[in-house]
Write a protein that binds this ligand. Structure first.
Ligand code: COA
Length: 180
């Protein structure tokens, strides 16, 4: 136990304030040069359900866990018409098993439900692993921001165009089916 890689399919659920210390620990491991301060997580969660009502929530965050071990987390922002991947992180010992893809899919799905037209993200130019994941899942590079990161690293801005969720079927002659 302890050093064994996790074997069961990790559970993904919404992030709560109780998860922040563990998420911050992982954040510092994965982003040693530009880790978010811990309070960023609390600030982000303050704009997510259930702290704010669903229709006012501009953020959504999830954690992936195996038992009490936090293996990853992801967060998004949606201010229509755009959604943004705020963060995506998988613990080194859990990488390469599809967890990053699952978290990214969840962000994409939630963005579609919220009605976003595009999903945007920025990724370090020197992070080919993450770029591969994004390219494989349909993102394209639309900009390069030079010296975007505090250490002088460049950022690629990537975008995925989202299709609208299927319209709700209503009786003939009813409204368009997409009103709240
Ligand atoms: C980028 C990151 C989130 C990807 O997470 P992940 O869980 O490793 O992602 P996935 O497993 O879904 O996909 C990654 C690779 O594993 C492979 N993979 C997916 N499922 C697999 C499986 N069941 N068995 C073997 N390999 C698998 C994928 O083909 C992919 O390969 P490639 O990208 O090398 O071509 C993770 O590497 C990470 O947290 N990195 C550090 C933080 C970071 O850079 N975050 C992104 C900031 S923009």
């Amino acid at each position: 136990m302890g050093t064994e890689p996790p074997t069961a399919e990790p559970v993904i659920r919404p992030m709560t304030a109780q998860d922040v210390p563990a998420a911050f620990q992982l954040e510092r491991r994965l982003f040693p040069h530009d880790a978010w301060p811990e309070r960023f997580f609390y600030d982000e969660l303050a704009q997510a359900e259930p702290t704010v009502a669903a229709h006012r929530a501009t953020r959504a965050y999830w954690v992936a866990e195996d038992g009490d071990q936090l293996l990853g987390y992801a967060g998004m922002m949606c201010v229509l018409p755009l959604a943004d991947v705020q963060t995506l992180a998988v613990a080194p010992e859990a990488q390469g098993r599809g967890l990053g893809s699952r978290l990214l899919k969840l962000i994409e799905h939630q963005s579609q439900l919220k009605g976003a037209q595009d999903l945007l993200l920025e990724v370090r130019a020197d992070n080919p692993r993450a770029q591969q994941l994004y390219l494989r899942t349909g993102f394209e590079q639309i900009h390069l921001r030079r010296a975007y990161y505090p250490d002088g690293g460049d950022a690629l801005i990537m975008r995925k165009r989202l299709s609208a969720p299927p319209p709700r079927v209503g009786p003939i002659g009813s409204d368009r089916g997409d009103t709240p």
